[in-house]
Design a protein around this ligand. Sequence first.
Ligand code: MOS
Length: 741
Amino acid sequence: MANGTTRTTYLGVPTARVDGRLKVTGAAKYAAEMRPADLAYGFVVSATVAKGRIKRIDTRDALAVDGVLDVLTHEHRPKLATSDEKYKDEVAPPGSPFRPLYDDKVRFSGQPVALVVAEEFEIARYAASLVRIDYEPQEHVTDFLAQVARGARPNEEYAFEPRGDAAAAFAQAPVKIECEYRMPVEHHNPMETYAATAVWEGDDQITVFDKTQGAPNSRNYLAKVLGMPEKKVRVLSPFVGGAFGSGLRPQYQLPLAAMAARMLKRAVRVTLTRQQMFTLGYRPANVQTLALGAERDGRLVSFRHEAIGMTSQFEDFQRNLVGWSSQLYGCANSARAQKLVKLDHNTSCDMRAPGGAEGLFAIECTMDELAHTAGIDPLELRLINYSEVDQDEDKPYSSKELRACYREAAERFGWSRRSRAPRSMRDGRELVGWGMATGIWEAMQLPAAARVVLTGNGGVEVASATADIGPGTYTMMTQIAAEMLGVELYNVTAKLGDSDLPQAPVEGGSFTTSSVGSAIAAACREIQTALLGFAQKLPGSPLAGATLDDVVFAEGQIRRKDDAGRAVSLADAMRAGEAGRIVREAKAEPTKDEKHAHFTHSAVFAEVKVDEEIGLIRVTRVVSAVAAGRILNPVTARSQIVGAVVGGIGMALHEETVTDQAFGRFMNHNLAEYHVPVNADVHAIDVIFVPEKDDTINPLGVKGVGEIGIVGTAAAIANAVFHATGKRVRDLPITLDKVMG
Ligand code: MOS
């Protein structure tokens, strides 16, 4: 099929986004832009205490405002489900999910406690300020480091088997490093704020335009929470203005808008403010302690890594932080543990390579410390300890072109010209630092379905309930269908972001192309089979006796590979089969390749220039070389990596959500005080895709890209800052006060 040696027309070919025109012209409509008839507007009232009970809600003043339709509270709302199971979405962590407007309990600051619905947004917003709430506050616990000091509890979900005797090996190691790394809370801050426009259709049926990374996940959640049959609930999310993980779980605007629509029997839109965006999930703060022991030649003999993360009082969210060393570096003795502290915040959640971004920051900075102490080049240290097997699974990789990543990125960067000693490179008044790090991410695939329709005039529609939160899913779907059916890109229409379409998982984990792409390929394969059968019905068919392996689908024809002159057009085949259209729906399951471990890899090299007098750090160059199997679209894949590197710059230098402990609330909840990289912070970013052939991962040979671009980037920058200044900053972000002379 589309893999391997066959010449391709669209796969692997740089392709502009098929939805680009809609986006730049404003024709693409987002959840808050839908304008159903008779639309009302909801504004969320957020709790001002972090923990406690609502003694009394007085909505009279709000209700008295002209244009206010209703005020929903835990005392005045539609009936809601009562068991935890009904509130669990497909990516919910263990625990008891938050239930919006369920009862009088306040579990975190900013929790939605009322929804004011009015004829106009500004009326709702004003009336929301008139809702009087008496709280019975209780003492809250929101200080992460204070709780860490008091002791965290092991997270059994992430228990890693020890190997050998790490403590004994460490004691005897001639070279050793022990250190602690810290990261603060970060918030996703996509450009588009969360919104849901819920349309009450009558007949107990509801349609919601929601900002989500998974329309089916949101639909299933809503149906369960409202106690409605799934077929009476439809969630659409055709365009999403960024999410970075914040939309994997259904956010509270969804049930709130739906509850209000159901109560008022009309359309209701709920839009969150930027400040309210900071009341959703977040990347959990963490403290990581590492102890690495090595021989004098750099070979690791002991790897110990413990990570403590944070979650809410009601759910336990954590991702793999400490596991990765066993996939990257050969080491006979290893001990790893993860722990959690519970705080009176909302539950933490997935954010841009969750676990990997944080874990590899600490691992790759510590490797840099070890290289410095051992007097070994940092890249050389990685190569000395390069692992050919996943030691946790004792399996080789289905493919691992990490050596090529190191080689190509180092060469492009000019790593061989680096002078080893810190503070030894300058550019005028600025210190120059060169640092590097490794990235790794799981190459995942989940079950997904897709439907492909071919019509007699050569038009193709490809559809799946998946999302496109920015990576280029529409384009990927279009490319695969055009390639496999031999039609032009512009003859293909892609549909997604609709819970009524063939079911797909949330868009996350960099698994959309492997999962949904494989389903599309499977459906196209079935159409190919049908078409070839039709073509062979023609009297004296030039394709008589051919199998699918003997033909290609190209330029509107089915052609013999060994003789392009022997061909049948798709139109003739359709006529021969007396088919006006061919419809095929297929489901793709992950390949059951138990013999291999499946990962993507990267090598990241960064240059920083530091002005110590004013503490200015500029990331002047980043080279990221990525091995992620087959790259279907070098344009959108490159954008994924560039965007993720920018995220890595943010993680290294800018992003930090600060808690006001007196109120137990995130206080820099706006884009003026929560810093993200802007154009002036982003300089040259060079992306290399290293060729990587993977025959076992799936028929397309794709592993998926996106998250791999952030993993390792912050460490490469932190290591460059050390090389420039001689200062080892172990707590992110690396702000000016930490490097000033
Ligand atoms: Mo991603 S953090 O799986 O959206």
